[in-house]
Design a protein around this ligand. Structure first.
Ligand SMILES: [Ca+2]
Ligand SMILES: [Ca+2]
Ligand SMILES: [Ca+2]
Length: 291
């Protein structure tokens, strides 16, 4: 009887141990999965997808637009027909042609009156004229409250390889740069994101009254860098209307980010050449993970 009981007891313990080990394994696997997700880096996806920060030009959050421009400095490879800064004043058109082309390495400063305020959420959005979600021309964004001293938004670009003129970028690898979204959809910027910058802390730049927004074209040949010293690649070389093409800059003075459910406007075209550098198989479910 004793022996039988002991056997039963031992068998019970063994079963319990196996069950516990199985439970611990499950918890460990789940924990590792959660840890991986927490460490994943994936920035806002293309317009219309869940989690996208793209702001449609008809969004009621827009209460104003740029009223003028200063210091339009054209870069190279831009035809005269694209050098009309007035096209960047006022409401976004969401077309390929109602734009000013900066040329390769060019820049322009747009002005605002009344000034842009730093409200809750994004405060202004920059519109480019990309005809799809992938062939994106990027630019740095800088703000000023006196037209002289500017602060640049931190930015990141994790595109791993050079991209040809008709090549593609993956939006989820880009953050803090204008030109992330197709025409008709603005890239939003939140002035709170620069609140710790020295020029803001010392009140040289007042983020409660931004009067100037400067757009600086990035040449995507490997000679420009993000805030973390990564090379920024974008389609290169392009000609005729090279560089960033500015449609408009809209003001909200603070608005919540969209939930990605806004899908009005033109549907994106598929990438011209799947397999171009910078596109590869990375679109869609690709998640770049940093541990
Ligand atoms: Ca804000
Ligand atoms: Ca261009
Ligand atoms: Ca325009």
């Amino acid at each position: 009887m004793d022996i039988l009981l002991t056997h039963k007891h031992n068998y019970g313990l063994s079963f319990l141990k196996i069950h516990q080990i199985f439970q611990i394994c499950l918890i460990l696997i789940f924990g590792v999965m959660l840890g991986s997700l927490a460490g994943a880096v994936s920035y806002s996806p293309v317009a219309g997808q869940e989690g996208s920060t793209a702001i449609y030009m008809e969004d009621p959050a827009f209460i104003g637009w740029a009223i003028g421009y200063e210091n339009y400095e054209t870069g190279t490879d831009v035809d005269e027909v694209w050098q009309t800064p007035e096209y960047a004043i006022g409401k976004a058109a969401g077309t390929s042609y109602d734009i000013v082309s900066l040329g390769r390495g060019g820049r322009i400063t747009m002005t605002f009156d009344p000034p842009i305020k730093n409200g809750e959420g994004w405060d202004f959005a920059v519109f480019e004229n990309s005809f799809n979600d992938y062939n994106l021309e990027l630019a740095y964004v800088e703000v000023s409250s006196n037209g002289v001293d500017f602060v640049r938004f931190d930015n990141i670009s994790l595109t791993p390889d050079p991209v040809s003129g008709y090549g593609s970028l993956d939006t989820i690898l880009i953050n803090g740069l204008a030109g992330k979204y197709r025409q008709g959809y603005g890239t939003p910027f939140d002035l709170s994101d620069i609140s710790e910058k020295p020029e803001v802390q010392s009140a040289i730049v007042d983020i409660s009254r931004i009067t100037h927004v400067r757009i600086v074209d990035i040449i995507g040949d490997g000679s420009f860098f993000d805030s973390e010293s990564n090379v920024i690649y974008d389609p290169y070389p392009t000609v005729s209307s090279a560089g960033f093409d500015l449609d408009a800059i809209g003001v909200s003075n603070g608005a919540p980010y969209p939930d990605g459910s806004i899908t009005e406007g033109p549907s994106p075209l598929p990438p011209e050449q799947e397999g171009e550098a910078g596109f590869g198989g990375q679109s869609g479910c690709f998640i770049f993970t940093i541990f």
